[in-house]
Design a protein around this ligand. Structure first.
Ligand code: GLU
Length: 311
């Protein structure tokens, strides 16, 4: 049976000094309110710390990709004044890097022949069926990582302390899918490490992924970034917004409006004299006044606009 590797890499990755943050959209559609909130918060947190802010395009799941979405997202960021440093990393160009890291993790991985049908009816935790080898004649499909037992602790800057025993809750999870692509959990960990990301600010829907990512970071001897998981938009009665209203596209011709609403959602009280301001005045102010303590753990999306001037 493969034993999880605990050793650190012999050649540690060079760590750039200072804060490095990122926004990592999947090109599954135009930038919408929820993703503007994520982009803005990660941008403000980076800039307030005097750090770098990078963009990565998570396009490994080709079946979910929408033609033109990548450019539309970048255009929308620019229209809102959210200008990134460094050339955006595109995950689909990085397969060789992932394969290289998979080699290093090999002692702690195994092939799995289970089909979706085999796993039907299970509670969501993989029971380790293929951990001790494939049944005779079985065909290798996905690659899974051996997850050590025991809790993983996270100290989220917004959601507070969280812990999960990944082995008990999820089991050995997939890092390379049966249909070929590397899984998000794995590619994100590799990309964050290679880009020297120190801080991850993203939506709370990804909080449940964080312990799995931390397991991979520990197995590979990679630094664990700090995390801040932003509130998910809920309606006035506290219910999670429907996909449709959460994914209402934002208007590039009215960036001030989108930014004001996003700041409001993030609990940042905009000075009244800036109510009509556009990105060029608003963003420097928002960087100077960024207060992550004021970000609520869950949030209400502001009602669509009493119109603000476009800039
Ligand atoms: N691409 C992921 C998404 O759009 C986000 C990945 C991340 O921030 O780690 O949901």
């Amino acid at each position: 049976m493969p034993t999880p590797i605990q050793t650190h890499l012999s050649t540690p990755l060079p760590r750039p000094p200072g804060y490095r943050g990122r926004f990592a959209p999947s090109p599954t559609g135009a930038l919408h309110f929820g993703s503007l909130v994520t982009a803005l918060a990660s941008y403000l947190d980076a800039r307030a710390a005097g750090g770098a802010w990078l963009v990565r395009i998570d396009d490994l799941d080709r079946t979910r990709e929408v033609a033109g979405a990548r450019d539309a997202i970048l255009t929308a960021l620019e229209a809102h004044g959210l200008l990134w440093d460094e050339t955006p990393v595109v995950q689909s160009t990085r397969t060789e890097r992932y394969a290289d890291w998979l080699q290093r993790l090999a002692p702690a991985t195994y092939s799995c022949s289970c089909s979706r049908r085999d796993l039907d009816g299970l509670t969501g935790r993989y029971p380790g069926t293929c951990r001790s080898g494939l049944a005779a004649g079985a065909q290798a499909r996905a690659i899974r990582v051996c997850v050590p037992a025991g809790p993983v602790e996270i100290h989220d800057r917004i959601q507070g302390p969280c812990r999960q025993d990944v082995q008990a809750a999820v089991g050995d999870f997939v890092i390379r899918r049966a249909d070929g692509p590397f899984a998000y959990q794995f590619s994100a960990v590799i990309d964050d490490a290679e880009a020297g990301i120190t801080d991850i600010v993203r939506g709370a829907d990804l909080l449940e992924s964080t312990p799995r990512q931390q397991v991979l970071q520990q197995l590979l001897g990679l630094p664990v970034p700090r995390h801040a998981h932003l509130p998910l938009a809920v309606d006035a009665s506290g219910r999670k917004l429907s996909k449709q209203s959460q994914s209402m596209p934002i208007d590039n011709a009215r960036p001030a409006e989108g930014l004001h609403h996003a700041l409001q959602f993030l609990g940042q009280s905009v000075a009244p004299d800036l109510m009509g301001a556009g990105p060029r005045q608003l963003l420097p102010w928002a960087i100077a006044h960024w207060n992550i303590e004021a970000v609520p753990r869950s949030g209400t999306r502001p009602a669509p606009a009493p119109s603000l001037p476009s800039h």
